[in-house]
Design a protein around this ligand. Structure first.
Ligand code: SF4
Ligand code: SF4
Length: 146
C-alpha cells in the first residue's frame, strides 16, 4: 500500500504508473468557454483513445500525435481543475485513500468498469468521428468555472 505511505513525489516510476486507475476520464474532450470561463465535459474522446480497451492506443509516444495531452506530475496535479474527483493522483495528493474498486485494492483492472467508474460504460465516441463545429452537441456536464 505504497500510496498510503508515500507522497506523489516520493513514488518511483512503476508506482506512479500503477496508480492510474485507467478510468479514461482525462481522455474525454473538455470544452472551455472563454467568455464565461466554464469548462464542460463531453462524451467525445481523444482520437488516440481506444474505446473498447478504455486506454490510450500509443501512450508512450502520444505527444507526437496529441500535443496538448497533459503529462500529470506532482507539480501540476493540484492546478488541473478538470481532473475528476475519482482520479487516483488527485486522491493521493489530497491525502485520501483509493476507492475499493481501484485495481490496487481489488486486484483486478475490471472492477472499475464493473462498478461503472470508467467512461467505457458511457456512450462515448471518438472526436475523429465528429465535426469540430458539432462538439458542443456532446456536452454532458459542466465541470467547473475556472
Ligand atoms: S483521471 Fe486520473 S486515474 Fe483516471 S485515467 Fe486519468 S490519470 Fe488515470
Ligand atoms: S493522447 Fe492518449 S493519454 Fe492523451 S488524452 Fe489522448 S488517449 Fe488520453
Amino acid at each position: 500500500m505504497f500510496w498510503k505511505e508515500k507522497q506523489l513525489n516520493q513514488m518511483n516510476s512503476d508506482e506512479w504508473e500503477s496508480l492510474c486507475d485507467r478510468c479514461g476520464k482525462c481522455c474525454s474532450l473538455k470544452l472551455h468557454n472563454e467568455i464565461s470561463n466554464e469548462i464542460f465535459d463531453t462524451s467525445l474522446v481523444c482520437k488516440l483513445f481506444d474505446v473498447k480497451k478504455c486506454s490510450c492506443k500509443n501512450y508512450s509516444e502520444r505527444h507526437q500525435y496529441v500535443k496538448d495531452c497533459i503529462k500529470l506530475s506532482d507539480n501540476n496535479i493540484r492546478s488541473i481543475s478538470w481532473l475528476p474527483n475519482t482520479c487516483a493522483y488527485k486522491l493521493v495528493s489530497e491525502g485520501k485513500d483509493l476507492y475499493p474498486w481501484h485495481h490496487l485494492n481489488s486486484g483486478s483492472y475490471d472492477t472499475i468498469h464493473e462498478t461503472g467508474n470508467s467512461i467505457i460504460s458511457s456512450e462515448i465516441k471518438s472526436e475523429s468521428e465528429v465535426e469540430r463545429n458539432d462538439y458542443e452537441d456532446y456536452i454532458t456536464n459542466k465541470i467547473t468555472s475556472k
